[in-house]
Design a protein around this ligand. Structure first.
Ligand code: FEO
Length: 135
């Protein structure tokens, strides 16, 4: 069973962003599957690295939309993104130093962070951006 299941409740109604969120969910689920099936540390770190890169790409995509369309909540939203960017970089450094490993605690954190962020912060920009023609 997947750690996170996509549902219409998670949709923000902007296709490009929904597709990116679904990809993030798929990557988190793949990491969880690797953990549950006892994949090697090397395999899990590779999936985690891919997730970090794609997460940054997605955040930048949203931040560019905020800039282009003058979203008033853009700075606060970017601060949430930056906090997660920093948290995952800190984890990455710990992993590289052998002081942290991917486990249930991290999976729970990623699941909660992404679903809460989509449901609250991402959905908050939707009326503004769709009102400015973003579809
Ligand atoms: Fe979809 Fe603000 O991340």
């Amino acid at each position: 069973m997947s750690l996170i299941t996509w549902s219409p409740q998670l949709s923000v109604g902007i296709n490009s962003i929904d597709e990116q969120h679904q990809k993030l969910i798929n990557m988190i689920n793949a990491l969880n599957d690797a953990l549950n099936s006892g994949e090697s540390r090397e395999v899990m770190v590779k999936i985690f690295d891919g997730l970090v890169v794609y997460c940054d790409k997605h955040f930048t995509f949203e931040e560019d939309l905020f800039g282009t369309h003058g979203y008033a909540g853009g700075a606060a939203h970017k601060a949430e993104h930056d906090k997660l960017r920093q948290q995952v970089m800190d984890l990455k450094h710990k992993m590289d130093g052998g002081n942290f490993m991917i486990g249930l605690e991290l999976m729970g954190f990623l699941k909660d962070w992404l679903t809460n962020h989509i449901m609250k912060s991402d959905k908050a920009y939707v009326p503004d951006l769709t009102g400015k023609g973003v579809t």
